[in-house]
Design a binder for this molecule. Structure first.
Ligand code: FES
Ligand SMILES: [Fe+2]
Length: 294
């Protein structure tokens, strides 16, 4: 037994369940490699991320091109997932049917390829808390019909893919935790009604310009000749809008590609969420840019 499976055995304390199953898959010669990583995120963020099917073609846009949900629930999800980079094209042919099954009790989720390339593959990921707000994950890759001399190559492919996916996931989970921690514990009465951002010339030279107002962050942009402020945190799952380009008054969140009208805050992709109301922007008689809460 490897050090890793020993860890799984000790920490899950399930003598019949996961270890037996993993050993069974390994004994059948399906194990091609593993990926282990420590991350400064909580188990809650990790489970939330595993259940979040919607982010695949957006946060992981170099690996997945589209996703079409078949079913989902507290147990996990099943979806058709387009393979290859999401470059705005519509390649509907190259896809797999993927199922993710979450088992919180055993600290693991199993991603199974039900149809398409690699059909029958399973990725078993175990996640354990190893410190305050820190976890270790261990993913084991099981792929059928791989000749013995090709296993190392296949294992290396999965390890590189997982390193990339977890770089992206870790940044998302950490950013979301930061935003959750930054949320005010109580809603005090809003104080500042108006602030001066600076002279028009100096601020225009710095556009897009980020500022704080009423304990929230906003970004001032120029859209079709007009100065407009918009919230920099996405109302869906608190994704960052700070670096998203505004095109024709619309901003797109990088995590799940929800789009918002920066003036009205309304979601343009049909979801029931709205940008936090931004202060209105005017220029006073001294040529200063002023942000005002109405
Ligand atoms: S966080 Fe999901 S679309 Fe922005
Ligand atoms: Fe992910």
């Amino acid at each position: 037994m490897t050090e890793e499976t020993q860890l799984i055995k000790e920490q899950t304390d399930v003598n019949k369940g996961p270890v037996a199953a993993i050993e069974g898959l390994s004994a059948r010669g399906l194990h091609v490699g593993s990926y282990k990583r420590r991350m400064k995120v909580s188990l809650d963020r990790m489970y939330e991320n595993a259940l979040d099917w919607e982010h695949l073609p957006h946060l992981h846009n170099s690996s997945f091109s589209w996703i079409e949900l078949i079913e989902s629930g507290d147990w996990g999800w099943r979806a058709k997932v387009g393979l290859g980079p999401n470059n705005g094209g519509d390649n509907r042919d190259n896809f797999i049917e993927l199922q993710l099954h979450l088992d919180r009790e055993r600290h693991r989720w199993i991603s199974s390829t039900l149809e398409g390339s690699g059909k029958g593959s399973e990725i078993w990921t175990h996640a354990f808390e190893v410190g305050d707000g820190e976890i270790e994950i261990l993913a084991d890759f099981f792929v059928p019909n791989i000749p013995a001399d090709k296993k190392a190559q296949m294992g290396a492919y999965y390890e590189a893919l997982y390193a990339q996916l977890y770089d992206e996931d870790e940044s998302m989970m950490s950013e979301r935790q930061l935003q959750l921690d930054a949320r005010p514990k109580s809603h005090k009465a809003l104080s500042s009604r108006q602030i001066t951002l600076g002279t028009s010339a100096s601020i225009r030279a710095k556009l897009p310009f980020t500022f704080h107002f009423d304990a929230a962050e906003f970004r001032l942009v120029e859209d079709r000749g007009e100065l407009v402020a918009h919230a920099t945190v996405c109302p869906h799952s608190l994704g960052p809008l700070t670096n998203s380009e505004v095109v024709g008054g619309i901003i797109e969140c990088p995590w799940h590609a929800y789009k918002f009208d920066i003036r009205s805050g309304l979601c343009q992709t049909g979801q029931q969420c709205k940008l936090r109301k931004a202060p209105s922007i005017t220029i006073d008689q001294h040529a200063n840019i002023v942000a005002t809460r109405e």
